[in-house]
Design a protein around this ligand. Sequence first.
Ligand code: F0G
Length: 464
Amino acid sequence: MKVVTHQLRCIDCGARIAGSDVNSIFRCPICNGLYDVIYPWSATQGEPSAPVAENRPNASALRWLWQERRTSTLPVDQSGVWRFRDLLPIVDDASVVTLREGNTPLYDLPRAAKSIGLDWVLAKHQGMNPTGSFKDTGMTAALSVAQQRGFEWVACASTGNTSAAMAAYAARAGMRSIVFIPEGKIAWGKLSQSMDYGALTIQLKTDFDGCVRVLTELVTRFPIMLLNSVNPYRLEGQKTPAFELAEQLEWQVPEHIIVPGGNLANGSALAKGFSEMHHLGLIHRIPKISIIQAEGANPLYLTLAENGGEELIPVKANTRATAIRIGNPASWRKALRALRSTGGWCEQVSEQEIALAKAQIGAEGIGCEPASAVTFAGLKKFVAQGKIGREERVVLVLTGHTLKDSNYTIDYHRGELFTAEEDAAIAPADQVLHSALRKPPIVLEPETDTVFRVLETQMKPVPA
Ligand code: F0G
């Protein structure tokens, strides 16, 4: 007998279906809504008066088991996603495709915190995953489902990180992958990954949203599993950093989690993770989850400002943070639900603010890609608006590794990132920070005297 471990529930009309009955575009045939994965124990979630579901996992037993698995040599236990598999029973262990994703570090950012008058800013660095972004946590989950369901081909549209992750996991599973990326609008590090991992890489002369349109047609006509974040299995993997974070903080939940917003799925995945932990008694409250967009790719911010979240206002997206260069995000309703259910906010930040935040994170010895730096830029705004106080604990989710987009970093340090007009718009206080942070390479003749003279001018003591 096949045990039914989960169902899919439409987030808009509530219709439930078996996981195996889902259509190729992962949308409800009744209302076109997206799905959540639900389990027998989560069926009553959000209905406080409902009886406690059967087979509800026990919080203490889970904590113990997850800790125990850390010492195991089994691949499923070594994975920082599948170590928590009790809360994502979507595949058999034998179908799991893993690169030992997850297990990412939680760093403190003392200088960044001090610069904005906070005691406590941490960074959960999802860029420390096998392909250098948070996408690996979701890809291991969805790709494993694709493998169990017998797909030979998988496909995605991507601003670069999803494609890198998908290509890697498909290669590990011996499956074939098709990537659609917007031509000229993705960072080279990411493009090189999808080629290296053997994906069929197609650059379309359009933006991310145009790539999604072509992909949707493709998967409706051929037996290819769609691996964009509308695939709810992706989000089951992407919820696990919430578990890992809670564990790393000894189950003390921070007040705030801040994530970048692009196609708008990740914030909701983390919200699902926290909400499930809360439901099961692993944590006592849920942090506020806030989403930050780039000003040039701000459809959620705009929608909230213009119509309070009634109907999405798509935009023609443009930002140097290419990972989040998305104007018509598929998961905007899920993001809205995450903001509302956790009490978080949505903010937008400028190109100059992103660059400064990225340089500040880099100067902590951590580094991240531009899209990840929107989190710190957004935090500065929340502090300035009085929404976050000195003693509140904030965790920034850094979604991608700094090496993903080294061109951006080099242009920044050489002073070549911005136009003269953009440069002129930077506030004087920020100009001072930029000039202290910029470290362009110094080109010299290989003569000791010259080198020493320059070093002397550069090696002044750093002010405390
Ligand atoms: N940060 C990075 C580094 C990303 O690559 C993405 C999304 C996001 C943040 C936003 O996450 O879409 O869940 O809101 N990148 C996708 C891609 C779109 O194709 O790699 P989201």
